[in-house]
Design a binder for this molecule. Structure first.
Ligand code: CA
Length: 388
């Protein structure tokens, strides 16, 4: 029997008769599913699961009836209260330490039982980053391009034996001390928290689970299930079914989160790809505006003309305006005249040197003719002599 719970509330196993699930998506970025199941041997479910995007937690409580489920529930509630706003592993670890203190305080106040504790694997997704804080033998996995990798180390007796090469994962699954954990929230006043920060990519799939899954089925089988069930809710259900089919000796909790596209987990912050799209749009608009302005100036320039000295010492008539714009010349040589600059008056030479603009090539040509006319009498007429 499965009982639905709102997607944004913690799913506390103890409340469930058999199985509780929550699924949904955080905007369009992270479709997810969270489920916890009693299993086939236990009378109560001591696991607590939180699916409150961008925060996801699996806590596996221990300590017997009305203790384990209290400890795991205090853990998820406390971390929810103190969860950071960024993928900050140190801040997330501090939230777990507050949970540790809250569990110890609950024992002192009588709200919980002595000896109660919980594992905790908390995962926070922000701005394309996944922050993980972890204590105990619940696990976080990443499925990327079809390959499953474990992101957390088990703080357990068998976990240490596997890392030192004294045990294989298959041997650990049936080891008599497989349930003995070496670190938990609620056991000591000081607790060391493991943290990891990993970038997440589109098509990545994350899994957080309690040992009720991993002591029942092998990683290769988990990889196969995660690779073959497209919907997160189908994947979590298939994982729980597989653990139950293998014996279901413990409570089973799973959260599957899909990264559908690169982006921020913050609803208000624009994603990087959105930002680049806006930059590209503005660059295109700016090019169009600059192009239009340039075209207008070029067209205006073509209605003008000016005189300029040529290297040969003669005067040329140009259509357009002197100079360039965005590397394009605003003028073209229209007429190469035979007028020698030096034969003109000093004032006209200066006018030509200043590239004075005329309204057309014809007007420039007429102006040059007048300069020649003006210069000619002075140049050609002999010095005036007094009449005899
Ligand atoms: Ca367990």
């Amino acid at each position: 029997m499965s009982q639905a719970a709102p997607a944004t509330t913690p799913v506390t196993g103890a409340r469930a008769s058999a199985s509780v699930d929550a699924s949904g998506s955080f905007g369009t970025l992270y479709p997810y599913s969270a489920q916890t199941d009693l299993g086939r041997s236990r009378a109560i479910n001591e696991d607590s699961v939180l699916a409150l995007p961008p925060l996801f937690i699996v806590a596996d409580g221990m300590g017997g009836h009305e203790a384990g489920e209290v400890a795991s529930s205090i853990a998820v509630e406390t971390i929810r209260e103190y969860t950071p706003h960024r993928a900050d592993t140190s801040a997330l670890a501090r939230a777990l330490k507050r949970a540790n203190k809250a569990i110890l305080d609950a024992v002192t106040s009588g709200a919980g039982r002595k000896g109660m504790g919980t594992t905790c694997t908390a995962l926070l997704l922000r701005d394309g980053q996944c922050a993980i804080a972890h204590v105990g033998d619940s696990r976080a996995y990443l499925l990327r391009e079809g390959r499953l990798s474990q992101l957390t180390h088990d703080h357990s007796v068998v976990g240490a034996l596997i890392r030192s090469g004294h045990l294989t994962p298959a041997e650990a699954r049936v080891h008599p001390n497989r349930n003995v954990i070496t670190r938990a929230l609620g056991s000591e006043t000081e607790v060391a928290i493991d943290t990891h920060l990993i970038p997440v990519l589109p098509k990545d799939r994350l899994l957080i689970c309690s040992d009720g899954l991993t002591t029942m089925i092998e990683d290769a089988y988990i990889q196969q299930i995660l690779s073959t069930h497209a919907e997160p809710v189908m994947a979590t259900q298939a994982l729980i079914n597989a653990a139950n089919n293998a014996g279901g000796r413990d409570n089973i909790s799973c959260i599957v989160i899909d990264i559908t596209r690169e982006g921020s987990a913050s609803r208000n912050a624009p994603s990087r790809s959105k930002l680049w799209r806006w930059i590209a749009i503005w660059m295109v608009l700016a090019s169009i505006i600059l192009g239009a302005i340039g075209f207008g100036i070029f067209n205006y320039a073509q209605t003008k003309a000016y005189l300029a000295p040529a290297p040969s010492g003669k005067v040329n008539i140009y259509q357009g305006l002197p100079g360039h714009m965005l590397g394009i010349s605003l003028n073209t040589l229209s007429v190469e005249t035979t007028v020698v600059l030096e034969t003109l008056s000093i004032a006209d030479q200066e006018k030509i040197g200043d590239n004075i603009a005329y309204d057309s090539v014809e007007n420039a040509q007429r102006a040059l003719e007048q300069m020649v006319q003006y210069a000619r009498p002075a140049e050609k007429s002999p010095p005036k002599s007094k009449a005899p």
